[in-house]
Ligand binder design. Structure first.
Ligand code: G
Ligand code: G
Ligand code: MN
Ligand code: NA
Length: 252
């Protein structure tokens, strides 16, 4: 409860920040996109992981406000980089289940895109597989409207839930993100499931991002199996915007 009150104050005090992790073309090693990840910087005190404070924010409903801040800040950053001459990036943000029940989400996103000049196709929303399984037809309809608007949708932590190929086929999505538990098990048990996910994605015409890629061996396996995009400590952890720009962005 203390943390919940603190979190409310954190927004007002400007303690929330976004870090940015590169998504890298598996073959060329070039930047294909970026995922924005939320950080709570409590100035001197230990930072609290979003794995801890996001569930708290969800319980209190504060996640709607925080989630909106995340979308706006990520789009502002993408536009700032564009204005600095770095071209238009594909920016991925995580969406929590509660936000898919926000009837104003579409209107809010429209406003942010207009205000920042970010193209809809450059904003990707990540929704966890388990969230999708829990959600109602209403949430799916909202996702379909977002996609019709031109946004991209990705399924995060893919492979940990129970979605069937038939179910996936009905979903308005663009990308599967292979959960890092499978990537961590390469070489080994992770190989077969990774190959199966890639084959299924190919059949469905979906792009694939492998998460948690840490080693050269994992990178080589995934590139060989045709996984287009990689994300993980092999390339970089989530970085503050200045470090991200210095390491990954070049003037065009
Ligand atoms: O970056 P890190 O590994 O600490 O993130 C921990 C968890 O918090 C991950 O599951 C990640 O998806 C989630 N997370 C990070 N940023 C956001 C955000 O802006 N919104 C939501 N809903 N989840 C986030
Ligand atoms: O659930 P989601 O995929 O959005 O969360 C991604 C989380 O994984 C982030 O908190 C990020 O810090 C973490 N992460 C990113 N790359 C790696 C990696 O290579 N190894 C590990 N262990 N964690 C990673
Ligand atoms: Mn994610
Ligand atoms: Na994930």
């Amino acid at each position: 409860l203390a943390l919940q009150a603190d979190l409310r104050g954190a927004m007002a005090r400007g303690e929330l920040r976004l870090n940015y992790q590169p998504q890298v073309d598996a073959v060329r090693g070039t930047l294909s996109g970026v995922e924005a990840l939320l950080r709570w910087d409590r100035g001197g005190i230990d930072p609290v992981s979003p794995a801890v404070f996001i569930p708290i924010a969800e319980e209190s409903g504060l996640i709607v406000e925080i989630g909106r801040w995340v979308i706006r800040e990520a789009c502002r950053q993408a536009q700032a980089w564009r204005e600095q001459g770095f071209g238009q990036l594909r920016m991925a943000v995580n969406l929590s289940v509660r936000q898919t029940r926000d009837e104003q989400l579409l209107a809010f996103i429209d406003d942010v895109l207009e205000e920042t000049g970010v193209a809809p196709g450059c904003l990707e929303l990540e929704i966890t597989e388990n969230l999708l399984m829990e959600e109602t037809e209403l949430a799916i309809a909202l996702l379909a409207r977002l996609r019709a608007r031109g946004l991209h949708l990705a399924i995060d932590d893919f492979g940990t839930g129970y979605s069937s190929m038939a179910y996936l086929k009905r979903l308005p999505i663009d990308t599967l993100k292979i959960d890092m538990t499978f990537v961590r098990a390469i070489p080994g048990d992770g190989e077969a499931i990774t190959t199966a996910i890639l084959a299924m994605a190919r059949q469905l015409g979906l792009a694939v991002v492998a998460e948690g890629v840490e080693t050269g061996q994992q990178h080589a396996f995934l590139a060989r199996e045709g996984c287009g995009t990689l994300q993980g400590y092999r390339f970089d952890p989530p970085l503050d915007p200045e470090t991200f720009a210095a390491r990954w962005l070049q003037p065009r």
